[in-house]
Design a protein around this ligand. Structure first.
Ligand code: DHK
Length: 147
């Protein structure tokens, strides 16, 4: 039985299309590339990863609830739910695990409706505009926080 701590990696709507979706904004890396980067960065810190991506809010909420059982922290790019979902925020609060929020693009340099996040004020770290590397930073920060 493994005794390593586990992170939950959550990617929200439309992130399944990474690599082909608006590459000038979101880059050329795919979701598989992101998940591999997170897994390898976490492994360097002695952490396991469970990854979920869904276009459905309830599926993401269920995955966050399940993290209570066996995860020590959550790395999340909620996609557009960042700007709309009180339910996702409440799920993160209910679980009470440390959260690192990631956005590939610099949301603050984009449309005003992307400037507000329902997650940022409950996250221990927020990384925007660093592309896929932002996920690695988030993992490293959570690993430091978890000791
Ligand atoms: C991803 C999305 O899908 C958008 O809805 C957000 C975020 C930004 C990102 O930059 O990763 O507004």
């Amino acid at each position: 039985m493994s005794t390593s701590k586990r992170l939950l990696l959550v990617n929200g709507p439309n992130l399944n299309l990474l690599g082909t979706r608006e590459p000038d904004v979101y880059g050329h890396d795919t979701l598989a590339d992101v998940e591999a980067l997170v897994a390898s960065t976490a492994a360097e810190a002695g952490l396991d990863v469970r990854a979920v991506q869904s276009n459905h809010e309830g599926v993401l909420i269920d995955a966050i609830h399940a993290a209570r059982e066996d995860c020590a922290g959550i790395v999340i790019n909620p996609g557009a739910f960042t700007h709309t979902s009180i339910a996702l925020r409440d799920a993160l609060l209910a679980v009470g695990l440390p959260v690192a929020e990631v956005h590939l693009s610099n949301v603050h340099a984009r449309e005003p409706f992307r400037h507000h996040s329902y997650v940022s004020d409950i996250a221990s770290c927020v990384v925007v505009g660093a592309g896929v590397h932002g996920y690695a930073f988030a993992v490293q920060q959570l690993a430091r926080q978890l000791g």
